[in-house]
Design a protein around this ligand. Structure first.
Ligand SMILES: NC(=O)c1ccc[n+]([C@@H]2O[C@H](COP(=O)([O-])OP(=O)(O)OC[C@H]3O[C@@H](n4cnc5c(N)ncnc54)[C@H](O)[C@@H]3O)[C@@H](O)[C@H]2O)c1
Length: 365
């Protein structure tokens, strides 16, 4: 198969869809790989590294989309890329369709086949291609939150870990999934008080078993959230309902109950965010303030640590890329029901129920 790796053109996105190690495996299996010139540079991989393992370097993004039967990327195509996508072309990347009707309509119109990393499943229902990025974002959420609690950037002026004689900061985490647990681990490591809320008792039991005693678990409901936001300094939004828009757990009216200078890091922004006041921001301009509460809502947090993120992502995507390239998407999905769960759009049809629900589309569009 002819596989194309375009350069990511989303703001400050320095990750790349495949490392030279991945290209090496594909070439070994007799596939042809086209890499856009400088696509890997942001992650520390140079054209010469790709050429050395047998890739063909193409000068423009148009050349790559033109030449490839399968495009392997990191982020969803942005508006400039919509016209480049061809009928029958296979796109394997993060899409997060439920948060963008514009993107969904563009991909429907393209007649391509879109397999979304974020809805590919393991047999136990977990999301293997979301996990490494959630691990990165969860850990980063505390690093960023701690920074924005500093006074010069309009935070409350709190050191999360405290010092002898001064209490540590308080971190509230919504969702005890991958993001939530990694955030809890980092916050607990800094010495902060951590409260983590979820609706899934199994997750809460697990957190309770593995975390130190200064990580407290609680059930996620409106009453508890309203109570906790009044006392916590940093709030991390890490909820997910697979493929659907995130539920709004903190509404606009609740911000007035929070401390001035408190910080929200809404990691779930890529699914619309779990805070009503969330809107997606970029690494160039990551925060905004509403009712004295600092909001950090960068939709591609792992893009800030591209080396770690690219390697972590391609470690898990490569086995699926090999299956798709070796067998074609139809046979690969037939043989692997977990990969088939990644099918979101097929030749102008939206085949993922939650996406149809998100836009109020009753029948497959
Ligand atoms: N901004 C970024 O750069 C970035 C990077 C990676 C992941 N994400 C996003 O972070 C979010 C979380 O990802 P994840 O991998 O941790 O998902 P996950 O499935 O591992 O965890 C989500 C958790 O949310 C819980 N949940 C659902 N409804 C809830 C509610 N009402 N209250 C509290 N908890 C609730 C679930 O029970 C689950 O434990 C996703 O939207 C994901 O796309 C964003």
């Amino acid at each position: 198969m002819k596989i194309g790796i375009p350069k990511e053109i989303k703001n400050n996105e320095n990750r790349v869809g495949m490392t030279p190690a991945g290209v090496f495996e594909l070439i070994k299996h007799k596939h042809t790989v086209y890499v856009q010139s400088t696509a890997g540079e942001g992650s520390g991989f140079f054209d010469a590294d790709y050429e050395a393992v047998g890739a063909t370097i193409l000068p423009t993004i148009e050349d790559v989309y033109d030449a490839a039967e399968m495009i392997v990327k990191v982020k969803e195509p942005i508006a400039e890329e919509y016209p480049l996508v061809k009928p029958n072309q296979l796109l394997f990347t993060y899409f997060h369709f439920a948060s963008s009707e514009e993107l969904t309509l563009a991909m429907l119109k393209s007649e391509s086949v879109c397999i979304a990393y974020e809805t590919v499943e393991d047999p136990d229902g977990s999301l293997p291609l979301l996990t490494p990025m959630s691990e990165v974002a969860g850990r980063m959420a505390i690093q960023q939150g701690a920074k924005y609690l500093e006074k010069p950037i309009k935070g409350k002026g709190i050191l999360l870990g405290g010092v002898p004689g001064v209490s540590p900061g308080k971190v509230l985490i919504l969702g005890a999934g991958v993001v939530g647990i990694q955030a809890a681990k980092m916050a607990a490591g800094l010495g902060a008080h951590v409260t983590i809320l979820d609706v899934n008792m199994k997750r809460l039991r697990y957190v309770n078993d593995i975390m130190p005693p200064h990580v407290i678990t609680g059930f996620s409901n409106e009453y508890n959230i309203r109570k906790h936001i009044q006392t916590h300094d940093l709030i991390v939004g890490g909820v997910l309902i697979k493929g659907a828009k995130a539920p709004k757990l903190i509404t606009r009216d609740m911000l007035k109950d929070m401390h001035p200078g408190a910080v929200i890091v809404d990691v779930a922004v890529d699914q619309g965010g779990c805070i009503e006041t969330t809107h997606a921001t970029t690494h160039e301009d990551p925060t905004f303030i509403i009712d004295d509460v600092v909001h950090y809502c960068v939709a591609n947090m792992p893009g800030a640590v591209p080396y770690t993120s690219t390697v972590a992502l391609t470690n898990v995507t490569l086995p699926y890329i090999l299956k798709l390239a070796n067998k074609g998407w139809e046979q690969a999905c037939e043989e692997d029901p977990g990969l088939a769960k990644g099918l979101n759009i097929v030749h102008g049809k939206c085949v993922y129920e939650e996406i149809n629900e998100a836009f109020g589309w009753e029948v497959s569009c």
